[in-house]
Design a protein around this ligand. Structure first.
Ligand SMILES: [Zn+2]
Length: 165
């Protein structure tokens, strides 16, 4: 008996959905809007299609990421060295169109987000926001759909990082 007839307030489905939307926003790119000088898109839909792009963080981390497809990329996200969300696309003038680029093992590349991965992100978001307990009325698959956004979202993976057989 805790004397509270309506129980403890729980995280609402809306809070989880908002968190999922924020996650989605973080992953959506803005470079085509923010870029100062127009860039060639080489007949592709996105200016950053198949480009090698420098990303840097104020902590000193710097890496070159390749966009493996004609799709959007994220402008900024979490830095793997300091964990701050400060790794940003820099030196836009050094973006290099490289459709035939073969990534080095260990290089990070942008790929299309898969629905399975969107589900994983949805699950992780629920874990972080609602301590793993899906609030009443929330639907993990609908959250995953919001993250997936029809397959338009980018995902970032390490190229060639596979376990030896
Ligand atoms: Zn950093």
């Amino acid at each position: 008996m805790n004397g509270k007839p309506y129980g403890q307030p729980s995280v609402s489905a809306r809070a989880v959905r908002r968190a999922a939307e924020r996650e989605t926003e973080k992953r959506v790119s803005k470079p085509t809007l923010a870029v100062a000088a127009p860039r060639m898109s080489f007949g592709h839909q996105h200016a950053e299609a198949f480009c090698l792009m420098w990303y840097a963080c104020e902590c000193g981390h710097r890496e070159r990421i390749w966009n493996s497809r004609d799709g959007v990329t994220a402008f900024g996200f979490q830095c793997p060295s300091c964990k701050e969300p400060k790794l940003k696309h820099v030196n836009w003038g050094l973006d290099k169109y490289a459709p035939d680029h073969v990534p080095a093992p260990g290089q990070r590349i942008w790929i299309d987000l898969t629905r399975d991965r969107a589900l994983e992100i949805a699950r992780r978001t629920v874990d972080q926001v609602a301590k793993g307990k899906l609030p009443e009325g929330a639907d993990l698959n609908r959250i995953a759909d919001a993250v997936y956004n029809g397959g338009m979202q980018p995902d970032l993976v390490v190229y060639g990082y596979v376990e030896a057989s």
